[in-house]
Design a protein around this ligand. Structure first.
Ligand SMILES: Nc1nc2c(ncn2[C@@H]2O[C@H](COP(=O)(O)OP(=O)(O)O)[C@@H](O)[C@H]2O)c(=O)[nH]1
Ligand SMILES: [Mg+2]
Length: 377
């Protein structure tokens, strides 16, 4: 392999694209009355303004499918109990059919993975008995399909009312995973008081717990509401990379072969990128490789006097003795992973606008991050 910065950056881009193509599709049914806040919720939880692209494609006469090209998410937008009795039971039957048809194909990309049942807190003066009845009928049928149902109490403001409603629904002992009050967007009252958005991070936590491992990267790729889960997942990728590639499988190599670690690190960088769902350009990768990967590899090869980086190594002796041990390779890879996670987080939070930064500014940013990660406390 050619270990020039350009070539490594190119390899990263290919690896990222391949991993994006390999993501399984997450399929969600979102049920709720019109005006409950389904579209607002969807747009606040997922990146890419998914619910803004028109009405979606009709799947049945009431259910619409919202999806975007090259985006691993499908949402079935489904009306709630506001319909006539006949229409209500038809919608329930349609939803159950959607689930069983998806399950029959034995393909994770076709299966329904979870259901959000949305109830508007703000709009209900008291809890609507009919809605509860609908929910009872629905969960009795959906229970058999074993698809996790989450009750989302939308427009959950005031919070005390949302909490009271949560207790009321929980007392029903329905077959649901969780009852989660949320306010998807800040809500203004007479310019004097603003209720702050809340609860979306909790919804993603519950989703993450309910979904199988194969869908965790997809969930993180499409969601923008919970940075903690992304970070946790990204750190697990670093730990797994270190464990499989270096602690167990790595045979000490001569320091001159430090670059042999790079292919594994490219895989790690690609997976972290996918978890953050950031649009990563070649210039970001170039800055990361020239300011983080290259200096660390040079340190391993004993070609640098950068004492800051050397301090990291568990035993300088191992490197000075002419070989890189698995443990040393692991420490270096962990630092690289942590630095890359920090960079992805800055971009995902909008704290830096990488596309507007010069190569020099990007490099300075990476430099600052790696200094933070290598600081001994
Ligand atoms: N401020 C604020 N407004 C919301 C929220 N959820 C819904 N709304 C408003 O309630 C109305 C109906 O929401 P929408 O998402 O279109 O409901 P849908 O019919 O279930 O898709 C819209 O005017 C939204 O702006 C929220 O979390 N915060
Ligand atoms: Mg809508």
């Amino acid at each position: 392999m050619d270990f020039g910065v350009e070539n490594i950056a190119g390899k990263c881009i290919s690896a990222i694209n391949q991993r994006i193509r390999e993501l399984k599709r997450l399929n969600i049914i979102v049920i709720g009355k019109s005006g409950a806040g389904k579209s607002t919720l969807i747009n606040s939880v997922f990146r890419g303004a998914v619910a803004q692209t028109g009405l979606g494609r009709p799947v049945t006469d009431k259910i619409r499918l919202i999806e975007k090209k090259d985006f691993p998410l499908a949402i079935y937008d489904t009306p709630g109990f506001e319909l006539s009795d006949d229409q209500q039971s038809k919608v329930i039957d349609d939803v159950i059919k959607l689930i069983t048809d998806g399950g029959k194909k034995r393909d994770i990309n076709k299966a329904i993975h979870c259901i959000w049942y949305c109830i508007n807190v703000g709009g209900n003066r008291t809890f609507d008995e009919n809605e509860l009845k609908w929910l009872r009928t629905f969960t009795e049928k959906s229970r058999l399909t074993q698809v996790p149902v989450m009750i989302v109490l939308t427009q959950g403001c005031p919070r005390s009312k949302a909490q009271a409603m949560k207790s009321l629904v929980e007392a029903e002992n329905l077959d649901v995973v969780s009852v989660i009050p949320v306010l998807a967007q800040d809500m203004n009252f007479d310019d004097e008081y603003t209720a702050k958005a809340y609860g979306l991070d909790r919804l993603i936590d519950v989703m993450s717990e309910a979904l199988p491992d194969e869908l965790q990267n997809t969930l993180n790729n499409v969601q923008k509401a919970n940075m903690t889960v992304k970070k946790k997942r990204a750190r697990a990728v670093v730990a797994a990379t270190v464990a499989t590639a270096f602690t167990e499988g790595f045979i000490p190599i001569p320091t001159a072969d430090a670059m042999a670690l790079v292919p594994t690190q490219i895989g790690m960088i690609a997976t972290i990128t996918v978890i953050y769902g950031n649009d990563v350009s070649k210039s970001i990768l170039t800055a990361f490789i020239s300011s983080a990967v290259m200096p660390l590899m040079a340190t391993l090869a004993g070609r640098t006097a950068s004492t800051g980086l050397l301090k990291l190594l568990p035993g300088i002796g191992t490197v000075a003795g002419g070989v890189i041990s698995g443990a040393t390779a692991g420490v270096i890879t962990t630092v690289l992973g942590e630095t890359y996670i920090a960079l992805m987080e800055l971009i995902a939070r909008g704290e830096i606008r990488a596309e507007e930064m010069s190569e020099k500014e990007l490099s300075a940013c990476v430099d600052g991050l790696i200094r933070e990660k290598t600081k001994k406390d």
